[in-house]
Write a protein that binds this ligand. Structure first.
Ligand code: AMP
Length: 367
């Protein structure tokens, strides 16, 4: 069977690598001639608005999926009319706009930070009165890894953050003094079957994910997260993997955002779960039975930002696995990740103490 992927980054690359044992073939569409999925799948170089390229991808593929959520709506519509497209374009469109995403959470009784829409300086002033400070001003669209957002701590800063972000549609949210951040990855098949991975504990620096640990043994939070995830999957008639990121405050989950795709905080599942998020996404979109999401022991995933430590040094660490994405080093760019997996959590902890300094953090940076 043929799988087309819009976007040829590391997520597409890991989808293809997970799909070859299932006998699948892959084509990826990406404007960049060096898109890293092109090293392991046929790369069709082209703009996402290029109707001819989209039509030929649709003609070749049995199913088309995405490696990023900001696929232009017109491209998604061209595909949808010609081939099965999963996750559904409606879910994609919803997740592209922080306002519609948070409104959906709110309608479904999933807690979120207090939020208000902001389209002018006057609206920002009135939103600050409603949301209260400190708050975070974010662009509604195209923000990722902490880009397109500013923390607003004092009323004197209103004009300053407006100058930085004003002009685009914005959302102001209350700043959550969270205890930690977690995510839930869940998958829904074409037959409506669902499965959830264990709760993941996440640590960011400068808005970029640095470390994920799973399973995060907090059964009550996990049950709450699974309930939200299952309800969202059913509500969206979703097919594929969905990731939801939460803050944890006073023992409760507060939803930050969702990603309608495989997710960085699920990379540990390659070694740390019975079936990886990549394989389960493919199983879901192809109408195959879902695989078990059970965790295999304990896992930690450390992102390689800018560059990756030397391969042999990492592989000398018990339980370490090395994933280079074949990308050139560039500031702030995710170029690979390292997973530590072991039955004994002490082995994972000891491995982290060695890996974290290799990527610029102290061994006890993340507690
Ligand atoms: P986002 O792009 O919304 O995922 O935000 C990136 C990171 O910024 C999050 O993972 C948090 O660490 C931080 N952040 C975003 N929104 C808030 C908020 N409302 N309160 C506190 N921290 C936030």
């Amino acid at each position: 069977m043929n799988v087309g992927i819009v976007g040829g980054g590391q997520l597409a690359r890991m989808l293809a690598l997970a799909g070859y044992p299932l006998g699948l073939r892959f084509q990826v569409l990406d404007p960049a001639p060096d898109a890293c999925a092109g090293q392991v799948a046929l790369l069709v170089q082209g703009d996402y608005h290029d109707e001819a390229r989209l039509a030929s991808l649709a003609a070749w593929a049995d199913v088309v999926t995405f490696d990023f959520e900001n696929v232009p709506a017109d491209a998604a519509r061209v595909l949808e009319g010609r081939v099965a497209v999963y996750p559904p374009v409606e879910a994609l469109a919803l997740a592209q706009d922080r306002l519609s995403e948070k409104t959906l959470f709110w309608e479904m009784g999933i807690p979120t930070p207090t939020f208000a829409t902001v389209d002018s300086l006057e609206e920002l002033h009135s939103a600050v009165l409603r949301v209260e400070l400190p708050a975070v001003l974010k662009t509604r669209r195209l923000g990722y890894d902490g880009k397109g957002q500013r923390v607003l701590r004092a009323a004197e800063d209103i004009e300053l953050v407006w100058r930085a972000l004003g002009g685009a549609p914005l959302i102001l949210e209350s700043f959550v003094p969270f205890e930690y951040e977690v995510s839930i990855l869940a998958v829904r098949g074409r037959d409506g079957a669902t499965a959830c991975y264990s709760l993941v504990e996440n640590h960011h620096r400068d808005g970029i994910l640095r470390l994920s640990r799973a399973p995060c043994r907090m059964p009550e939070l996990e049950r709450e997260g699974w309930d939200y995830a299952r309800r969202l999957l059913d509500r969206l008639d979703y097919i594929g993997v969905l990731a939801i990121e939460f803050f944890v405050k006073d023992g409760r989950l507060i939803a930050n955002e969702m990603a309608p795709r495989v997710h960085n905080s699920g990379h540990w599942t390659l070694e740390g779960a019975e079936t990886s998020q990549f394989e389960n996404h493919l199983r879901a979109i192809l109408g195959l039975p879902l695989g078990s999401t059970a965790a295999l022991g304990h896992a930690a995933m450390v992102n390689g930002i800018d560059d990756l430590p030397e391969r042999a040094t990492v592989l000398a660490i018990p339980g370490a696995h090395y994933h280079a994405y074949g990308k050139a080093s560039r500031p702030g760019r995710k170029v690979g990740h390292i997973t530590l997996r072991a039955d004994d959590p002490g082995v994972v902890r000891a491995g982290l103490e060695r890996v974290l300094p290799m990527v610029g953090f102290s061994p006890d940076e993340f507690g």
